[in-house]
Design a protein around this ligand. Structure first.
Ligand SMILES: Nc1ncnc2c1ncn2[C@@H]1O[C@H](COP(=O)(O)OP(=O)(O)OP(=O)(O)O)[C@@H](O)[C@H]1O
Ligand SMILES: [Mg+2]
Length: 258
């Protein structure tokens, strides 16, 4: 199982949209995908119209009470296996003070299901300093910095890059940092310049695929399904299919030229 965390301390930059629709695109390719909602806001859970009723379990049970992760997985739209979140997940910050190595809880829980899935995607909250993001970074093979192609995007991305690199050092984590541009408006000169600047700064670590601004993505979230189900032929669905192809290629052996 390959694990990717969608990160950025900036709010509203497209982490959840990327997590849900990249999961949908990987599932279309026949990959077995686990999406873990690591945000107490539970937006990924809502974007797949999963409800956690009183008495039902969520990621909070896994991280706070040691419930096995496999017991919490729900079958969601688009062939995605979802580990849902609830507001209760916010309690982990306080509980972490009473736990030895609280940042290792998720990677331990994920190791139980590593033969069941090809990819695990972790949707992180908009902060770099909390125990939830620390758990995601500790578990991740790749941390994908989600960059909104708007004003101050590059400054924000560089700051985030430095913060996550420092965290990796502090935590002795082994993830590789990559980046993806999103909310891209190809008609806006500023967005085009920003994309070029981001490419220059991140080089090969920036995925070639860029996610365009698309009303379809908002509609998909509002209707509780990945865009691949709502409208598989639309631009946003194709953007995420291209990103999924690049993600899979990260782990494919490079063909040898003779
Ligand atoms: N490419 C896009 N085109 C149009 N709307 C988008 C796109 N990406 C995200 N959005 C919209 O922007 C808003 C914020 O996106 P999203 O929830 O994915 O961000 P986030 O980084 O997860 O936010 P938070 O930091 O609060 O977790 C949502 O309303 C979402 O539908
Ligand atoms: Mg989010």
């Amino acid at each position: 199982m390959k694990t990717l965390a969608l990160v950025n301390q900036k709010g509203g930059c497209g982490k959840t949209t990327t997590a849900v629709n990249l999961a949908g695109a990987l599932a279309v390719r026949g990959e077995r995908v686990l999406l873990v909602d690591l945000d107490p806001q539970a937006h990924a859970t809502m974007a797949l119209s999963v409800c956690v009723e009183p008495g039902e379990r969520s990621i909070a049970d896994v991280l706070l009470r040691g419930t096995s992760l496999g017991e919490v997985v729900r079958a969601a739209r688009g062939g995605i296996a979802l580990v849902p979140a609830t507001l209760e997940l916010g309690e982990l910050e306080e509980a972490a003070g009473r736990t030895l190595h609280p940042e290792r809880l998720l990677s331990q829980a994920l190791s139980e299901v590593e033969l069941d899935y090809d990819y695990a995607l972790l949707d992180c909250p908009p902060r770099a300093d909390g125990v939830l993001t620390a758990n995601a970074l500790r578990a991740a093979d790749v941390a994908v910095l989600v960059i909104e192609m708007g004003a101050f995007a590059l400054q924000g991305a560089l700051k985030a890059e430095a913060v996550f690199a420092e965290l990796a050092g502090d935590m002795d984590a082994r993830f590789e940092l990559r980046a993806v541009g999103t909310l891209f408006d190809r008609h806006a000169a500023l967005a085009r310049e920003l994309l070029i600047g981001t490419q220059a700064r991140f080089g090969a670590r920036l995925f070639d695929s860029v996610i365009h601004q698309s009303g379809r993505l908002r509609e998909a979230a509002a209707s509780g399904q990945p865009v691949q189900i709502l409208d598989p032929a639309c631009r946003a669905a194709r953007d995420f299919q291209a990103l999924a192809e690049e993600v899979c290629a990260l782990w494919s052996p490079v063909p040898l030229h003779t």
